[in-house]
Write a protein that binds this ligand. Sequence first.
Ligand SMILES: NC(=O)c1ccc[n+]([C@@H]2O[C@H](COP(=O)([O-])OP(=O)(O)OC[C@H]3O[C@@H](n4cnc5c(N)ncnc54)[C@H](O)[C@@H]3O)[C@@H](O)[C@H]2O)c1
Length: 246
Amino acid sequence: MKKRVVIITGAGQGIGEAVAKAYGRHGDCVIVADLNEQAANQTAEAMMNEGSEAHAVVCDVRKEEHIIELVRQVELQFERIDVLVNNAGIARASYPNGITLEQWDNIINTNLRGAFLCTREVAKVMKKHQKGSIVNIASTRAFMSEPDSEAYAASKGGLIALTHASAASLQQDRIQVNSISPGWIHTGDEMELRAIDHDQHFSKRVGKPSDIARACLFLTNPDNDFITAENITIDGGMTKKMIYEH
Ligand SMILES: NC(=O)c1ccc[n+]([C@@H]2O[C@H](COP(=O)([O-])OP(=O)(O)OC[C@H]3O[C@@H](n4cnc5c(N)ncnc54)[C@H](O)[C@@H]3O)[C@@H](O)[C@H]2O)c1
């Protein structure tokens, strides 16, 4: 069987890096796309050092021309795209002093419009092979909020809607589209976390990037192609936690 060709956006660090490494270890050919050239190169080099196939590409998902060029180059080199993980996102959620139009547009254009454009362009290639699988990395903030997070929450809620709308549009081409809504996923040093950080979760621990990477592999496993237009929340139970003051 040919290696699958997998594009991960925002794969230079954090969750995207872990997702890229998981596909690499699985034996797939991974395109490490990121705005940050140095981070993309570092992820790809680390993957190659452990024997995985990885290719770093600079891509700013806010820019349509970058996405078109990324997809053109990948198709030219590998002739196919099997999996897309729309992970690139601006994680900053809160603007307590009020958000400017520029900041709003930046968040929406990165987190939501970028995923739409990547889906639109990659689907053109998947369509030629009549199969493919797309995962959008949303957030539990699509469903729950803290104050001053309208843009981030709206972008992630938009991603949930984009997921089922894309799944409907792309069904004839056998392209599945799902989303994952992570809760608190700690991408830094484990030692930074306090006992209360872990204990407040039903799972008694904060999430790890590998929790999300395993779910991406699961959703894009061809045996699981009955799952589409779905969202999986991975948050240690936090969005199911009822909170009353006693
Ligand atoms: N970490 C969490 O707790 C958490 C929770 C819920 C959802 N998420 C989502 O998961 C995704 C990854 O989060 P993370 O914590 O790993 O973030 P991160 O900030 O550690 O990494 C994000 C990566 O995306 C890249 N990026 C940013 N803007 C880009 C652009 N315009 N084009 C291309 N690449 C771009 C950055 O360079 C970086 O490498 C985001 O979509 C985020 O909203 C994270």
